[in-house]
Ligand binder design. Structure first.
Ligand SMILES: Cc1cc2nc3c(=O)[nH]c(=O)nc-3n(C[C@H](O)[C@H](O)[C@H](O)COP(=O)(O)O)c2cc1C
Length: 269
């Protein structure tokens, strides 16, 4: 993807669309890209593209969206993290084409979307996103919503990325600082940014700092999806810098607060 850093910096949730359908060329590129999406957890995410009008799909926070992308995944451990990783790849690719997206996990009539996506027993469809061209101006509703959530702000790096121990700020070199900035700018449910990283023994260990109310049967743990998104930005940033990321799940048992859960570790080659 060209200019990954710029795409990540420039990405903002889009809730106001111009009503136009995607061009045939963009639709073809999106379909082709979807076929290439993988994640490090070997849990496949099945993407479905749905016309909004034909399927009667809408969201109270959106206007003018012509279609939706949904993702389905078998319910199992790490399904939510894998889903976040894979779906974010689509979000960033769409962004590189000038196509707007916004993760939607709550503000929709879930049953309608699950039916249209053909969700089966044992699967979950945690989130969807509209795909369309951004309108020239955000709706008032969207502007108010962004203000309410504080969508333009992020937690400072020293409170997210630690060296050796929880809470000890990491002082990365310029290259790693740029990659961690891509992580910091990730989107997250209600902009909570629940990802934390501890660098220890040469490995970047990813954690989830949990808030209450983000886990349910239909979505899994939305904050694990957020950590999957952060992991996606980290690995794509590393790849962009010409480095290889090796991901493993092996808890280093570093002392962490009670509301924090270990998720995965990244070794850089
Ligand atoms: C897992 C997840 C679920 C989300 N669910 C919703 C939602 O239901 N409705 C909505 O309007 N925004 C939703 N968002 C978008 C976030 O509010 C948004 O990413 C965050 O406020 C940061 O704003 P930005 O994406 O413009 O950087 C969700 C984001 C994520 C990652």
């Amino acid at each position: 993807m060209n200019d990954l850093k710029e795409i990540i910096k420039g990405r903002k949730s889009v809730r106001t669309y111009d009503g136009q359908k995607l061009s045939d060329e963009h639709l073809r590129l999106i379909r082709e890209f979807i076929e290439t999406i993988t994640n490090p957890f070997d849990i496949s995410v099945d993407f479905v593209l749905m016309d909004a009008k034909k399927n009667g799909l809408s969201s109270p926070v959106l206007s003018g969206e012509p279609m939706y992308a949904a993702g389905k995944v078998l319910k199992k451990p790490y399904a939510d993290v894998a889903f976040g990783y894979s779906f974010e790849k689509l979000v960033l690719y769409a962004g590189s084409l000038g196509i707007g997206t916004v993760w939607i996990g709550g503000t929709m009539k879930r049953e309608l979307f699950e039916k249209a996506a053909g969700l089966k027993e044992g699967e979950m469809m945690p989130c969807v996103s509209p795909l369309g061209y951004p309108a020239d101006k955000r709706s008032l509703k969207e502007t108010m919503m962004r203000k309410g959530i504080g969508a333009d702000s992020r937690i400072p790096a020293e409170k997210l990325f630690f060296d050796g121990a929880w809470g000890n700020p990491l002082r990365p070199d310029k290259e790693m600082a740029d990659i961690l900035e891509m992580v910091r700018l990730s989107p997250s449910a209600v902009n909570k940014q629940p990802w934390r990283i501890i660098l220890n023994d040469g490995m970047y260990h990813f954690y989830e700092k949990k808030d209450k109310g983000y886990v349910n049967d239909a979505t899994g743990d939305l904050q694990k999806i957020d950590v999957g998104i952060a992991l996606c930005h980290f690995c794509m940033g590393l790849e962009d810098a010409g480095k290889n990321a090796e991901i493993s799940i092996s808890d280093p048992h570093i002392e962490i607060p009670g509301d924090v859960e270990y998720i995965a570790s990244v070794k850089i080659h």
